[in-house]
Design a protein around this ligand. Structure first.
Ligand SMILES: [Zn+2]
Ligand SMILES: [Zn+2]
Length: 297
């Protein structure tokens, strides 16, 4: 352990990184630091992938979180009053149960009485609540307010928590680690609590009627499936997308054009599109336009 008795933001950050956690900086008022002018434009770095790939030091709040100490030093230097925060979720192997006082403390008592709270690494928050740290169970555990009970939030994928040595902007009280030292949790959530906050994913239902049994090419079959399972309002778009992909396969010599057209036309017919829309031949309508576009790609 490089820091035995952490005091400064830098010293805490170093331990957080050693624990395998990703760290970033919030403004002193606990809200995220503002994006730079470019990243603040609507539609710019919109998706999670784009935000994570953004190379700006502090743009996009939790997506700027890092375990690179040089970057963290630069963040701390740029925001001398900024609060230290930890990005939760799979990226940091963390699920945090966030207990907000006063109501959340009652909920926590009830949860303890039901035996679903395992003792674990914990932080007393600046508002008098608790952050209980557990290992991430894998899969997706989405963050959500009140997800574990009244005023007990889950901070996991897509979330973050403020961390020591930050002080709460409203109360002026510091965040403090139980036993004064931030250790990575060794335990997972109690299985019953986990089942409550991570309901089993419902398998996506894909229905491919018997009439499509002859489409044996795996990728083409996948495209047919996409069309068959497309939703009202997005059917023509799904068909066009599938036709583009099929056009690429035709151009690469993977499948004959006639097979691609027949399979997609049958799928389009099946979901109720009219031949005048989807195209009466490989050169007409939505399918024709998609095949041509894919062939050019
Ligand atoms: Zn930026
Ligand atoms: Zn950006």
């Amino acid at each position: 352990m490089s820091v035995a008795d952490p005091v400064t933001r830098r010293e805490f950050a170093e331990i957080y990184v050693e624990n395998g956690w990703k760290v970033f900086v919030l403004s002193p008022s606990k809200v995220p630091v503002a994006n730079c002018e470019e990243c603040a434009q609507p539609g710019y770095h919109d998706t999670v992938e784009e935000k994570e790939a953004c190379t700006c030091l502090t743009c996009h709040a939790l997506y700027a979180a890092t375990d690179d100490l040089d970057s963290i030093d630069a963040m701390l230097e740029r925001h001398p009053e900024g609060l230290l925060a930890i990005r939760t979720g799979a990226v940091s192997n963390l699920v945090v149960i966030d207990v907000d006082p006063p109501e959340g403390l009652d909920t926590l008592q009830r949860m303890k009485a039901h035996g679903v709270i395992r003792e674990t690494a914990a932080q007393r928050t600046g508002s008098g609540g608790w952050h209980l740290f557990y290992q991430h169970p894998g899969g997706k555990v989405l963050s959500g307010a009140g997800k574990a009970g009244p005023k007990v939030d889950v901070k996991s994928d897509g979330g973050y928590v403020v961390a020591a040595p930050s002080t709460h902007p409203r109360t002026g009280q510091p965040y403090r680690w139980l036993w004064d030292f931030p250790t990575a949790p060794r335990d997972h959530l109690h299985p019953r609590l986990r089942a409550h906050i991570q309901p089993p994913e419902r398998p996506r239902q894909t229905i491919v009627p018997r009439a499509f049994d002859h489409v044996s090419h795996t990728r083409l079959r996948g495209l047919v499936e996409t069309v068959l399972n497309s939703q009202q309002g997005g059917r023509n778009d799904a068909l066009h997308w599938a036709a583009c992909k099929a056009g690429e396969m035709v151009a690469a010599g993977e499948i004959p054009e006639a097979l691609a057209y027949d399979a997609l036309a049958a799928a389009a017919e099946h979901i109720g599109l009219r031949a005048s829309e989807y195209g009466t031949s490989p050169h007409h309508g939505t399918i024709g336009s998609g095949l041509r576009k894919g062939a050019r790609a």
